[in-house]
Write a new protein. Structure first.
Length: 131
């Protein structure tokens, strides 16, 4: 992985700002290009009030690096029951899966929708009353 170089730190900072602006519990998974402890060292976990959930095994096919994992809002962390890496057809990484349990998770998980599109311009056609 790239580690905590400036490009990665900038990306993490932008994501942290976006997640905080949403103001909702979140689950953020990905190829972070840095070991989990480095994400903690740059302050992302404290800023987001989040925990890292990793598989405990290397996520790279070549080498012993863990750079693919989940960052989970602390309000949701207690519902994480299992994290594991599994082999796929990908040439470089193992896929990291996250399993959650509990009825309460349904109260927290929501799809974030994009902002509404701008209003349409008023039609130039005359309004016709329906009979």
């Amino acid at each position: 992985g790239e580690g905590n170089n400036q490009r990665n730190v900038d990306f993490v900072a932008r994501m942290c700002a976006w997640l905080r602006a949403l103001g909702r519990p979140f689950i953020w998974g990905g190829d972070f290009q840095m070991a989990p402890h480095l994400l903690g060292e740059i302050g992302a976990l404290q800023l987001l009030k989040a925990d890292i959930h990793e598989s405990g095994t290397s996520t790279m096919i070549q080498g012993s690096h863990t750079i693919d994992y989940w960052v989970v809002d602390q309000r949701l962390s207690k519902y994480v029951t299992k994290v594991w890496a599994r082999q796929t057809s990908l040439a470089t990484h193992r896929v990291v899966r996250l399993e959650m349990a509990g009825k309460e998770q349904a109260d927290y998980l929501r799809i974030v929708k994009p902002p509404k599109l701008p209003m349409r311009r008023k039609s130039r056609l005359p309004k016709v009353d329906e009979p």
